[in-house]
Design a binder for this molecule. Structure first.
Ligand code: ARG
Length: 678
């Protein structure tokens, strides 16, 4: 979704002023945490460090094994006058509860909250190390740890850097001082961008983070960026702004306490008559490649690239301007979003008939009779209260109770009704619930925190996120074989992987539980050519602790039915488009289960009975690279979420007539039980 910078004629002048204010610094030990419960005296843990231009290091006590309990440590760093201090933490692993263990960094030599640069706990992945800068020649770092399980601690590298006085920017870019380090406290910067008369300026922020507790982001009374009289702060995934004339002033201010990553901005000049030469101009001001127009993706972010599209011959033109495949007409699925594809549809020929999800008609009397009469089972998929029935014969469509009874009812497991006389259909049903309440954000793709508590991110060595997985129990995860069986034997080595549960943002570790893998079990029949049996279970080296953001998903019985047309959700940090970059925030997409016959046609016979298709034949919504191993989940009437599939493969991503292909869990259910006992 990157837009290219065009006509590049901007001139940038920068002025940065640091407020240096170091006078008579008193060293005292006032801690902001309540440590009255600590009876033991702090260990002797006080260090005076002298920063120079050479890189020097220090570590938390006990590093890299673990720091001792009940400690208070301080590192006082001084640098020559008229310079600043840069501290980087290549390793940072402190207990994930800032009220017990915390590293605090101050822009002074005393631990005063009003001079705090930041306070951090938890573990940071190598992809997002902590880096801070002082505003003058002093800095204080403290580590406070209470009782309990201690972590590895941190290692730090520090050196002197010159004070910020308008550092050079690469052509067409500017950023907060020392970006991507945290910007210093008490700085004021101003950039004046000037372009030729009759041109205007566009500024695009590719990173924007100025978050601080207790700040109303409508007011931004602490740290902010100011453009055309408006202040911006907080965190913004996309921020594109335009000037009204040929000059633009951008101001940046940081106050005395708390800093953050800051911003990275790209600017360019444009001709207001033709704002996006050879590109498409979004309503919001952004330019995007012409090919992205009417491709089914909301690239502009405001849908302006997906409205007023000329639909292709095999497409239907929705009332709202979107294009959808012709065969999505009258399939009882609201593909357009405005219902226009489901209007004026003829019903079944006889009023005593019922229309199945695939368009077939069956007698009304067969609906919710406990038998699957529509080919796709849609006549049994949403029955208010199918009474408990014990079947005379067990078939592929009857649920088998522990005592051998079979239940003639669609998906009786965990539906809050005792159907088996031994109630085994309601056993182990503490799964598939979301502890947090959620509102769906219309048009939004970012997941909410805790919305998909079974989602896991798998990191490989130092490459960061590679695949997804889902939580089956405190000790077991479910993923795809193809994440592990690659051309490199390295991928099969359990110790090369880290699993992150409870994660939302790849760059944040708050309430994330990292676990190593003890054992990787891939399916013995996995075929790397066809992706058949693309399933793996991962045993964790230490059990997970279930929390409001970490919870297991329900596995469907092998007889569970996910009828065609059912709405399910796929989640992951995979690329945001084919060939694009990975997502930082967990993404969610609503996809429909696709009828097996259609699935087989569109994939040219490449699907086996261990696979299922889900998505939209019109394209536009799908999983993509990096989502593999992640779950496709569906919400049942009972409110419980069941996993229907594992992201496995697809031809490209979100292409027309190329839906996502998933490993079909019902067909692999018994294998999971054999391997894990779940
Ligand atoms: N194999 C891909 C991966 O390794 C996932 C492909 C899913 N593709 C799709 N179009 N649904 O991440």
């Amino acid at each position: 979704m990157e837009s290219q910078a065009q006509i590049y004629t901007g001139e940038l002048s920068i002025l940065c002023v640091d407020h240096i204010s170091v006078k008579g610094v008193a060293v005292c030990f006032i801690f902001n945490l309540d440590l009255s419960h600590l009876l033991s005296l702090p260990e002797d843990c006080f260090f005076m460090l002298e920063a120079s231009s050479a890189l020097k290091t220090f570590q938390s006590p006990g590093f890299p094994v673990k720091y001792p309990p009940y400690i208070r440590c301080q590192w006082h760093i001084r640098a020559p006058e008229a310079s600043a201090i840069l501290v980087k933490f290549p390793v940072f692993n402190v207990r994930d509860d800032c009220s017990s263990d915390v590293v605090s960094i101050y822009d002074s030599l005393s631990p005063e909250k009003s001079k705090a640069i930041t306070e951090k706990c938890g573990q940071r992945p190598p992809s997002n190390p902590l880096e801070v800068v002082s505003s003058s020649n002093i800095m204080l770092i403290s580590l406070i740890a209470a009782s309990g399980i201690q972590k590895q601690g941190f290692s730090a590298v520090y050196s002197v850097i010159p004070l910020t006085t308008g550092r050079d920017s690469a052509l067409g870019t500017f950023s907060s001082p020392y970006y991507p380090s945290f910007y210093p406290n008490s700085v004021d910067c101003k950039w004046t961008i000037q372009v030729p008369a009759n041109s205007k300026i566009r500024v695009k922020f590719t990173m924007f983070r100025m978050k601080e507790p207790g700040v109303d982001i409508k007011v931004c009374h602490k740290d902010f960026v100011e453009i055309s009289g408006k202040k911006y702060c907080g965190e913004k995934p996309v921020l594109v702004l335009s000037s009204t004339t040929n000059t633009l002033d951008v101001k940046f201010h940081s106050d005395e306490s708390y800093t953050d990553k800051g911003f990275m901005a790209h600017y360019n000049a444009y001709d207001p008559v033709n704002p996006c030469p050879n590109q498409f101009a979004c309503a919001m001001g952004m330019c995007i490649s012409k090919e992205l127009r009417c491709d089914g993706w909301n690239d502009c972010g405001d849908m302006s690239d997906e409205t007023k599209c000329d639909c292709a011959k095999d497409q239907f033109s929705c009332a709202n301007g979107l294009c959808r495949a012709l065969y999505s007409l009258c399939d009882r699925i609201n593909d357009c979003g405005d219902g226009s594809d489901e209007k004026n549809c003829s019903e079944c020929p006889s009023p005593t008939e019922w229309i199945c999800g695939d368009g077939m008609c069956v007698p009304q009397a067969l609906v919710c009779d406990g038998n699957k009469d529509c080919k796709d089972g849609s006549d049994e998929s949403s029955c208010e209260s199918a009474a408990s029935r014990i079947a005379l014969v067990c078939t592929d469509f009857t649920f088998k109770c522990k005592n051998g009874e079979c239940i003639n009812k669609v998906n009786p497991e965990c539906d809050k009704n005792n159907d088996c006389s031994d109630a085994s259909d309601e056993e182990g049903c503490d799964c598939g619930t979301r502890p947090y309440k959620h509102n769906r954000i219309v048009g939004g793709e970012n997941a909410d925190i805790g919305e998909w508590p079974w989602q896991v991110s798998l990191h490989f060595k130092t490459s960061g996120h590679v695949c997804g997985a889902s939580i089956l129990s405190q000790n077991w995860l479910l993923s795809a074989s193809h994440c592990f069986k690659t051309t490199s034997p390295e991928n099969l080595i359990a110790s090369n992987w880290q699993t992150y549960s409870g994660m939302h943002d790849q760059f944040k570790q708050d309430s994330v539980q990292m676990r190593k893998i003890k054992r990787i079990i891939t399916h013995e029949n996995y075929d790397p050519m066809t992706y058949d049996y693309d399933i793996a279970v991962l045993e964790l080296s230490e059990p997970l602790e279930f929390t409001s953001t970490i919870h297991h998903i329900c596995l469907p019985a092998s007889t569970h039915l996910f009828p065609a047309g059912m709405s399910c959700w796929v989640t992951g940090w995979g690329t945001l488009r084919e060939g694009g970059r990975l997502a930082q925030i967990l993404q969610k997409a609503e996809v429909k289960i696709i009828n097996d016959t259609v699935c087989n046609i569109v994939t040219e016979g490449q699907v086996t009975s261990r696979m299922l298709c889900s998505g939209f034949l019109a394209g536009g919504v799908d999983a993509c690279q990096g989502d593999s191993g992640g779950p496709l989940v569906c919400r049942e009437e009972s409110g419980k979420w069941f996993q229907a599939g594992i992201v496995s493969w697809g031809e490209g991503c979100a292409r027309r007539n190329k839906p996502g292909v998933y490993s079909r869990l019902t067909k692999l259910r018994d294998w999971i039980r054999q391997q894990t006992g779940i």
